[in-house]
Design a protein around this ligand. Structure first.
Ligand SMILES: [Zn+2]
Ligand SMILES: [Zn+2]
Length: 182
């Protein structure tokens, strides 16, 4: 814990790496606008139903920094099968080494460290945003056994069979099938 950093929720979290003590410092990204702004900017269908909070310990190193943390919260995404609300509880632990920008360029990687007048600053917002994207499920479901929507009429099959299914059980059609079998 470093006085002046710990407990502070900055609007844009740019952390001056050279000012950190060797053992690092803990930062908390709990300002919901830090998550909601990019969600809106990217036009993502994603609502936050339990505040997203990332706690990240940042340990400076000669060639960059180590970021170790946890992201937690609950979001509501469209179900992959029926597009209804799917509540997704997120808990993700992560550990990333962020190289200094020039080192990253050499390796063809991207860095979340920016240089301002030669001073390396870790863009914690960007780091947490990437961890958030990684933590999202590829195919969120409103419930594990979601039956999806009928491809013919678009009705959600979670509320029971649609008219198409009932047509399949139409007594007249059943009678025809019966005729064929005879
Ligand atoms: Zn569903
Ligand atoms: Zn149908």
């Amino acid at each position: 814990m470093t006085p002046g950093f710990a407990g502070h929720t900055l609007k844009i979290m740019l952390i001056p790496l050279r000012e950190l003590p060797p053992e690092g410092a803990l930062f908390t990204l709990a300002d919901q606008s830090a998550w909601l702004a990019p969600i809106r900017a990217f036009g993502m269908k994603c609502a936050v139903s339990r505040p997203l909070v990332a706690s990240v310990s940042v340990i400076p190193a000669e060639s960059g920094c180590l970021a170790r943390g946890r992201l937690a919260g609950t979001v509501v995404l469209p179900c992959n099968r029926c597009a209804e609300d799917a509540s997704v509880s997120l808990t993700a632990d992560f550990e990333e080494f962020e190289p200094l920008p020039e080192k990253a360029r050499e390796n063809g990687e991207e860095s979340r460290i920016v240089l301002r007048d030669g001073v390396p600053l870790l863009d914690l917002d960007a780091l947490c945003w990437e961890e958030f994207l990684l933590a999202l499920p590829l195919a969120p479901l409103c419930r594990p056994d979601c039956k999806g929507i009928c491809p013919a009429c678009g009705t959600s099959l979670n509320n029971g069979p649609c008219a198409c299914a009932r047509d399949g059980l139409d007594p007249r059609l059943a009678a025809l099938r019966g005729l064929k079998m005879r």
